[in-house]
Design a protein around this ligand. Structure first.
Ligand code: SF4
Ligand code: SF4
Length: 438
């Protein structure tokens, strides 16, 4: 049988061998952590503490009364030294709580693991605990998870897909989580199924992670309602719409969401965070990230407290002399960083350091109408037309070409021989289009 996949997409060099065999390890305690009040899609939190307050590890320190939002917690024990605007990895700058870290005699013992019978928890109770734990999608989008687990009335969810693709080149954190914490992944998947009422669960894994597929298959061998689905290694296989098409053959309609076709998709890291929230009552205060790239001395998969500054992490892993660019996330969808004071946030999947040789400074050339961008767009869009409309600032016409369906995967930019920054233009166009339509 052919391995399942979707149409279009690209095959960038994988580069995962730098870190794939590095077991997850912890880093030394940072001296301070920076906890942005906005780490998720939706309303930013308001601080629940004041300057000079002592805070415990896991204490809720920010929240807001809005459905699309989730609280933030202190990742470590310490003292609040300020609440101020601070460099943010995706927003440029945002309000953050800055905590001076103290030694914590209780440490991880603060949370003891209890066996949990999921059938004893109502869907509402699971959603409540997920929200209180501040869980937001850990694959990058950081959408509040309790919202995803709350389908509106009239929307019947029959399937949950756990995304174990990690299709971005270089990144290996999700792979390590599946290798080292497979049981927690599976528990998280079952909790999501319980919360949404789905009868079927799928774990989609690209076929370049054969040992993760093997572990998950052996763990789920007696589970009729759960299936591990090997998928072709192709970017962006881990996009929600691509996963749904590849695994279930369903098309999410233009402008629609996975729940419109009866599906909820979550990342494997998110499933583990849900497991920890339900079994231990532990909030999302740390996460696994990959630190990698040819500009790093010691590529690693690290468990780091949320709020740890990039500087501490890169000091631990070491920067090579020819390191040139720092990207938060992978090379396709990641965001260039201009300040090492930026902290790790809930959606940070990795830190990639590129060398001087890898950073392209090719000048943009005119479009030669080769249509490569059209041939590779996984959403079936016309990227070249969208880019031209944005350059001409013809905002009102962007809707005719479904600009809001763009998933910002970057395939068009990757294949463009004229080095046109198509995805950057489309992001700008989406912002402008939102302004005239909202
Ligand atoms: S137009 Fe959007 S969805 Fe299509 S390839 Fe470019 S970035 Fe990806
Ligand atoms: S790939 Fe680049 S050069 Fe080719 S049609 Fe698209 S924008 Fe033009």
């Amino acid at each position: 049988m052919r391995t399942k996949t979707f149409k279009q997409g690209i095959h960038p060099s994988e580069e995962k061998e730098l870190s794939r065999d590095k077991k997850i390890e912890s880093i030394p305690l940072p001296s301070k952590v920076i906890v942005p009040l906005s780490q998720h899609t939706g309303a930013p939190c308001k601080p629940l503490i004041d300057k000079k307050d002592a805070v415990e590890r896991g204490q809720k320190i920010g929240d807001v009364d809005a459905f699309i939002s989730c609280p933030v917690h202190s990742p470590l024990k310490g003292k609040v030294i300020s609440i101020e605007k601070h460099p943010h990895p995706t927003l440029g700058e945002a309000e953050a709580i800055i905590i001076e870290v103290e030694e914590d005699e209780k440490g991880e013992n603060r949370w003891s693991e209890k066996e949990v019978d999921l059938s004893s928890l109502s869907p509402e109770e699971i959603r409540k605990r997920v929200r209180e734990a501040g869980i937001a999608g850990m694959g990058g989008a950081a959408f509040p998870t309790h919202v995803k687990l709350s389908p509106p009335s009239g929307k019947n969810i029959d399937s949950v897909i756990l995304n174990g693709c990690e299709c971005e080149p270089y990144l290996t954190a999700d792979y390590r989580l599946m290798m080292e914490r497979a049981e927690d992944c599976l528990f998280g998947l079952k909790a999501i199924m319980r919360a949404t009422g789905a009868q079927k669960g799928y774990i989609g894994i690209e076929d370049n992670k054969k040992d993760a597929i093997k572990i998950m298959k052996s763990l789920t061998s007696g589970e009729n309602e759960i299936e591990v689905v090997p998928l072709k290694t192709k970017y962006p296989q881990g996009g929600e719409k691509m996963l749904i098409k590849a695994i279930l053959g369903r098309e999410v309609p233009s402008g629609g969401l996975p729940l419109d076709v009866g599906v909820v998709v979550n990342n494997v890291g998110t499933a583990i965070a849900i497991c920890e929230a339900l079994k231990k009552g532990k909030p999302l205060i740390e996460r696994v990230i990959t630190v990698t790239g040819k500009g790093v001395e010691k590529p690693s998969n690290l468990l780091v407290p949320i709020g740890t500054p990039l500087r501490d992490i890169l000091n631990y892993c070491g920067l090579k002399d020819n390191a040139k660019a720092i990207i938060m996330g992978g090379p396709m969808m990641g965001i260039s960083q201009y300040s090492l004071d930026c902290p790790v946030i809930k959606g940070t999947s990795g830190i990639l350091v590129l060398t001087e040789d890898e950073v392209s400074e090719d000048e943009e050339q005119p479009c030669i109408r080769c249509a490569r961008c059209v041939d590779h767009c996984p959403m079936g869009l016309f990227p070249t037309t969208l880019a031209k409309l944005v350059k001409a600032e013809r905002w009102e016409e962007l809707g005719e070409y479904n600009i809001m369906d763009c998933i910002e995967c970057g395939c068009c930019t990757y294949v463009c021989p004229s080095k046109i920054p198509i995805v950057q233009l489309i992001k700008w166009g989406k912002n402008e289009f939102r302004k005239i339509t909202s």
